[in-house]
Design a binder for this molecule. Sequence first.
Ligand code: NAP
Length: 300
Amino acid sequence: MTAQIIDGRKIAHVLKAEVTAEADDLRAQGTSCGLATVVVGDNYSSRAYERRLGRIATELRVRHEQVDLTADITQDEVLETIRRLNEDPAVSGILVLRPLPSHISEIEVFRALAPGKDIESVHPENVGLLALGTPRFVPSTAASVFHLLDAWLDSVGEDRASFYHRSLIVVVGRSNNVGKPAISLAYDREAAVMSVDEWASKEGRLGWHTRQADVLVVAAGVAGLIRAEHVRAGAVVIDVGINPLADPATGTVHMVGDVDFDGARARARAIAPVPGGVGPVTDVWLIRNTVAAARAANRH
Ligand code: NAP
């Protein structure tokens, strides 16, 4: 079997058009959509992600405010910045990028966000709403995983509900920002759900779990963790991992996923690759949430 490729770039392209139309419609009604990204310190990946989001926001005609704070800023100053953004009518969505420096309390910063502008659902109220199956905003990476799955199911003419009802979804990795929200969304689709973390690998049980998966979602941050022998024949594999890998010959760095693509492709029914799978949709989803936040604020 050679798996179909779930083309995240193509799916993101369609989503971009929808989000742009929605933002244009709001603007015509006098409501502006604005994304504020907050980076504290000089983390290379955060800055790169911030620049990428800025480019996509501009492309989708959504205003972007880049708030770069120095690593020695105090917690009170960060909270003051969040309060300013909460009050700013030109900002409809706020994203605080991780990691924060160790002297800043992540949970205090997340608690300070206005829930209606918390587009990545990190405020405890929004985390709770997501866990209850009534999310205000669906966090972008987990949303992207299921958006890809839904789009693929539509493309092969499978009924979404009956596919999920008869599927076991195994999620490798259970971080607060990716794995746990993905598990919540799998519950919402009324699938059978299994969550696997690093202990499964340490105990030599990873394959025992993953080989049961009808849908295998991998978000561990370990390059090549999932190989052909971890994949059940006919499974659908969604690779979330993004890992920098240097070519030993040239030193050139490129990004690889958590899944050995060639090995998994030979066994799976469909696979979302890295790059070109989850990532492109994640970025657009964040802008989508920013636009949805503007629309919701406009209703009040
Ligand atoms: P994280 O916070 O480091 O969490 C990793 C999770 O994977 C933890 O639950 C950890 O288990 C588990 N894990 C680690 N090693 C494992 C192993 N050998 N076997 C099984 N489970 C293992 O990372 P994250 O923020 O969730 O991100 C995960 C990956 O997704 C990263 O590569 C990241 O770059 C990528 N990512 C991609 C996107 C996108 O849009 N494509 C967005 C966000 C993140 P414990 O709980 O036991 O520690």
